[in-house]
Design a protein around this ligand. Structure first.
Ligand code: GDP
Ligand code: MG
Length: 777
């Protein structure tokens, strides 16, 4: 251990501080002392000679002391500031980062610093009072909900940060629902208690109303807005205050002492009431606690021990029956340390979460790649969460999604853009690897192909699957994050033809990081096409190509990704007869297309075979036919958009013995196009669910504008002083909406937008669009 540590961290420096491990009590190197030169572990802080740096963070804690936590929040709620304070108080950074100055550790992509928003979810590791906290920063912008989904997969718990002066805002609701879907226990942090207009009561009420959650008030604020100076811990009845200190007012020092009558009689009464209601609330949700309360403490709750209440709160939080609420001001350095305590107390350890697939792997390695970053020197860095087994550097692993074996060279612990080398990564931990070249975001990594096969066999037995190898293998894939189809696209051009390979390379790297970005080549013009989830998404990709790959590219106008379908059935027959060398390839295909009627739309081809022909077709021939049909789905007959909701019936296929399968596919695809052309064709356009939160005074103007955008209003709700408009609107009408809404409402309204479905365009609209797109307008 000593040797390894010295080698991996220090080079010419010396290690000399020993101590007992806080976890296993064995002697370990817990710190290094620098004797000459300076040690640069984190860019922020270099350790000059004589300085001692604690190495506690590179010791692997037991699984019960690990917390994999996400921070979720609406933009500007203070996620980044709160994260920075956590890193500071846990001793990882030596100065307070400030988003307004653009020097925070977690927002490390240049664009994020410029825009002040967190796009990429970076994982940060630090220790707090013997616990290892892996913090996964979830993005807050609507265009990046796939990123949110993906990061939620690797979390065991989450902290929802709210602006106490605004309460629950629109985007938080989206993320909250996603967390519900993944059954993630949560706690809430009401930030910005120092701000004018901050209201603890209002914010709690909005958690109850909008999130439909049961808040457990574990703290009460002492003072509000300008007078905010601390909190009352409702569980212990202590007051915790941060007094204005002379000199460095970093909030490191605070006072915790029992709240007394003499301090503030009103506050004491409020705190007692809060504690009594908390006890009643928890007793309602937890039988074990109810028994205790009714048995020994039915007279008075005052003597009920804090630790009993504490563990009951933990149980109801883990069962997601309620959410503990805390408050503070990250910017003014108040309330963050109790929040860190709360993370370790109330949120689950990895072994308290159940995962179905673990039974198939037992102690074999199983990990999920949840993030890829490209590093100029080291190549791709793959962030992994290990679910079972152990990962070691210099070892080979097997990627189930890519069906390939890869070798990783180094294993690192992520401290935002700084990393510390480690010698193994055990179950429950998050780390990053150097050397995996093929693995992309969302891939499942195991120790070997044999291990995957063994697990697949187990899974097959357990699931009772009859579908053979592939579907068993699918059961083993951990990610399963649904990546919605991109709704926008535009052409992208390099500064010169000579730079096309550089652009291709940049796009390949970016796609591995972000599977919601799709890149294709236009079959007619050969142009490269970017497909993304929103205007901001494509803009960010454009910026990143410039900053990170030094390429000034040109984007064509942003266009909506339409779909195509048919309204009636049509038949076609086609023959392909071609001499290639000595061989004569001859195929005749007869098929029929008809509209699919079903509740949900069918984006993949639905293929049927006429009676009596299916059995006569060899499997490879069937595959070639299916391939031809799939190819024809990629480009519809009207404008070349993907085809959906079409059922194909193959009536006859005649093939001579010399015909290659590629020729069969080509003939089927041509025949499909013929049939689709014959039918009545229909364009489908993406419709979005839109939710706008706006003040009463601007409601009229917003509704008027929506009507012009072909929007249909479904509901208008009241939330406090605001109106919430729920509407459905075609995406094509939503270009530049954020700017438009801002100017209509002087920046007071917010909105979220998500793909609802594809709907048929009416004839005049379709004709107008066809004219415009084919240049006839
Ligand atoms: P994020 O978008 O959720 O990451 O939020 P940031 O951490 O970037 O903060 C957004 C803005 O709110 C910045 O201008 C911060 O200085 C400010 N802010 C963050 N926390 C607080 C707080 O506790 N009180 C006040 N008054 N402002 C805060
Ligand atoms: Mg941020």
């Amino acid at each position: 251990m000593l040797r390894d540590t010295r080698k991996m961290l220090l080079g010419s420096l010396k290690v000399c501080v020993y101590s007992k491990c806080i976890y296993c009590r064995k002697p370990r190197v817990l710190a290094i002392k620098c004797f000459k030169g300076s040690l640069n572990l984190q860019r922020k802080y270099s350790y000059p000679a004589g300085d001692v740096k604690s190495l506690r963070s590179i010791i692997t804690p037991p699984i019960s002391k690990i917390r994999n936590i996400g921070i979720m929040a609406h933009i500007d709620a203070g996620k980044t500031t709160t994260t920075e304070r956590m890193l500071y108080y846990s001793g990882y950074t030596r100065h307070l980062g400030d988003v307004d100055d653009g020097d925070t550790v977690t927002d490390f992509m240049v664009q994020e610093r410029e825009r002040g928003i967190t796009i990429q979810s970076a994982a940060v590791t630090f220790d707090w009072k013997g616990y290892r906290i892996n913090l996964i920063d979830t993005p807050g912008h609507v265009d990046f909900t796939v990123e949110v989904e993906r990061s939620l997969r690797v979390l065991d718990g989450a902290v929802a940060v709210f602006d106490a002066s605004a309460g629950v805002e629109a985007q938080s609701l989206t993320v909250w629902r996603q967390a519900d879907k993944h059954h993630i226990p949560r706690i809430c942090f009401l930030n910005k208690m120092d701000k004018n207009g901050a209201s603890f009561t209002h914010a709690v009420e909005s958690i109850r109303q909008k999130l439909k959650a049961s808040p457990l008030l574990l703290q009460l604020p002492i003072g509000e807005a300008k007078t905010f100076r601390g909190i009352v811990d409702v569980v212990t009845m202590d007051q915790v205050t941060w007094e204005a200190a002379t000199g460095l007012d970093d909030g490191k020092i605070f006072k915790r002492k029992p709240l007394k009558e003499t301090d503030d009689p009103d506050l004491l009464r409020d705190a007692r009431d809060a504690r009594n209601s908390l006890i009643e609330q928890v007793a309602d949700l937890d039988d074990e606690f109810a028994e205790l309360v009714l048995g020994d403490f039915s007279e008075s709750f005052d003597s009920l021990p804090a630790d009993k209440l504490h563990s009951a709160v933990r149980r109801v939080t883990l069962a997601q029956k309620a959410v503990p609420v805390f408050c503070g001001s990250a910017l003014k350095n108040k309330g963050v340390q109790p929040l860190l305590d709360a993370i370790t107390w109330y949120l689950p350890a990895p072994d308290e979460c159940s995962y179905d697939f673990l039974q198939w792997y037992k102690d074999d390695l199983c990990a999920l790649a949840f993030k890829v970053l490209h590093d100029k020197q080291r190549g791709p860095l793959v962030f992994l969460r290990v679910y079972s087994g152990t990962m070691k550097p210099q070892s080979a692993v097997y990627n189930i999604n890519k069906n390939c074996t890869e070798r990783m060279s180094r294993l690192l612990l992520p401290f935002a853009d700084q990393q510390i080398e480690i010698s193994s990564l055990t179950a429950g931990n998050i780390g990053l690897t150097v050397g995996l070249k093929q693995s992309a975001t969302g891939d499942t990594i195991v120790s070997s192909k044999a291990s995957a096969v063994a697990a697949a066999r187990q899974a097959g037995r357990n699931v009772g699957s009859k579908h053979g190898q592939t579907s068993e293998a699918e059961n083993l894939l951990l990610a399963g994050v649904e990546i919605p189809d991109p709704v926008f696209f535009c052409t992208i051009e390099p500064p010169s033809m000579a730079r096309q390979p550089d652009l291709d390379n940049a796009l390949t790297c970016l796609q591995r990081e972000d599977p919601s970005l799709k890149v294709k080549t236009d079959a007619d013009t050969g142009q490269t096409i970017l497909c993304g989830m929103g205007e901001l998404h494509i803009e960010i990709i454009h910026d990143r190509i410039k900053c990170e790959y030094g390429l000034e590219t040109y984007l064509g106008p942003l266009q909506v990704a339409y779909r195509e379908t048919i309204q009636n059935s049509a038949q076609a027959i086609d023959t392909l007869d071609r001499m290639l060398g000595e061989k004569r390839h001859q195929v005749t295909v007869e098929l029929e297309v008809r509209p699919w009627v079903g509740e949900t739309s069918a984006t993949a081809p639905v293929i049927e075979y006429a009676e009596n022909i299916y059995d006569s077709l060899q499997p490879d021939l069937q595959e070639a036919i299916a391939n031809g049909i799939r190819i024809s789905y990629l480009q519809g007959p009207l404008l070349g958009f993907p085809v959906q909701d079409v059922v194909v019936t193959v009536h006859a296929v005649a093939v001579n013995s010399d015909t290659s399968l590629t020729m069969v596919s080509a003939c089927v695809s041509r025949c499909m196009q013929k049939a689709l052309k014959k039918a009545d064709k229909q364009l489908l356009e993406p419709f979005m669910n839109l939710e706008i939160t706006v003040g009463e005074n601007h409601l009229g103007i917003v509704l008027g504008d929506l009507a012009q955008r072909r929007g249909s209003i479904q509901e208008i709700q009241s939330r406090h002083d605001n109106k919430v408009v729920i509407a459905s609107v075609p995406l094509a009408e939503m270009m530049g909406y954020s700017t438009a809404l801002r100017s209509l409402t002087s920046g007071s309204a917010t909105f979220t937008l998500e793909l609802a479905n594809y709907q048929a365009m009416n004839l005049p609209e379709q004709t107008a669009l066809l004219r415009k797109m084919t240049g006839l307008a």
